[in-house]
Design a protein around this ligand. Sequence first.
Ligand SMILES: Cc1cc2nc3c(=O)[nH]c(=O)nc-3n(C[C@H](O)[C@H](O)[C@H](O)COP(=O)(O)OP(=O)(O)OC[C@H]3O[C@@H](n4cnc5c(N)ncnc54)[C@H](O)[C@@H]3O)c2cc1C
Length: 392
Amino acid sequence: MLDFELPEDLRVLQKTVREFAAAEVAPFCHAWNEEERFPHELIPKLGALGLLGMAIPERYGGAEMSLQAIALVVEELAAVDGSVAITVASHNGLASGHILLAGTEEQKMKYLPDLASGKKLGAWGLTEPGSGSDAAGARTRATRLDDGSWSLSGTKTFITQGSVGGTYVVLAVSTPEKKQHGITAFIVERGTPGFRAGKVLEKMGLHASDTAELILDDVRLADSQRLGQVDHGFIDTLKILDKGRVTIAAMALGLGYGAHEAARRYARERRQFGKSLAEFQAIQNMLADNATELDAARLLIRRAAWMYDQGQRITLAASMAKLYAAQAAMRACNRAVQIHGGYGYTREYPVERHMRDAKLCEIGEGTNEVQRMVICRQLLSRGELHVPHVLA
Ligand SMILES: Cc1cc2nc3c(=O)[nH]c(=O)nc-3n(C[C@H](O)[C@H](O)[C@H](O)COP(=O)(O)OP(=O)(O)OC[C@H]3O[C@@H](n4cnc5c(N)ncnc54)[C@H](O)[C@@H]3O)c2cc1C
């Protein structure tokens, strides 16, 4: 049964990550974002703390954490900086997660230790210029050659760590007539002939996170680089997205909570009409709504993570958590900017950065509209609402 109190080990982890973020991220992240610079110097520190191999078993050099723990880490990082949070969430959940889920023992031994230590960053390429929500519409082609090896050609876009990654997982169409059941995953190493990063994208937010195109031009891969079964890439992707959506929900929660806390402090300090802002009921209402909605998001996230840790299917619970947390975060950031007045609209205060960063949570790993499609598909395909009422 899910307990409302965090167990001791999670409390210790939360404190450790909070202190790390305060010392190693908070003093520098404004500059990283203003300079639109990926903080390479932070990567070994994240690795040393075990935050780059969170789901990876210890025998491959990881910390083997539960999803409840991973969500807590991402939330704490996001409360300070969304860019660091998405770097950690995507590195752990997508490329590493896919290798962990579908890799052979040889592939795990070869790739996971460097990913866990941060020697190499992971990037995961599903999205293409012509296919985002409709991932089955991918055009990147994987052609099997006579000797059993593969040739990959196509373009991916919006890939987190696209230009700074060392180990990439790329999805490509192996059997076009089978649509989503004809997609295969491959591990592509940086420096493989024919494979390179394209344009680095200029974004609304997450300025210290790297997002780039990937270009594949007749990339030759041995069959040993194939990840999982032929034509099974999309099925594995859905499992990876279920888990990933919980961490993006946690990122939203952290961003919303970071903005809310800044607004709470500001409302006590700022005086107008001879009173602190916190004494005006209109401001109190905004703070109360923020706290309530963010707490509701937290419970949805903890339920989804708890269910995953129990070995349960979380498609519905994860989409509900992501949809609600992303929207709650946007509302919380909007109110936080409002409470800051004109100063909230400047880059002097972190709330505008949190608001820009939070918008990604309504788009990445499935837009709000896609989450609603997933939720409704689950509801309509079941005889009853099959989400355990663990919080009731
Ligand atoms: C910062 C950032 C990082 C990212 N990182 C990665 C990454 O590491 N790897 C990766 O593979 N991808 C990544 N993505 C891509 C992301 O997952 C896609 O942007 C997202 O899935 C949406 O796809 P799209 O942008 O093509 O939008 P589209 O699919 O074109 O959607 C446009 C709009 O139409 C709506 N829409 C689409 N279909 C429907 C429908 N059937 N019904 C109702 N509405 C619909 C959408 O909800 C959206 O509002 C990243 C994106 C960003 C912005």
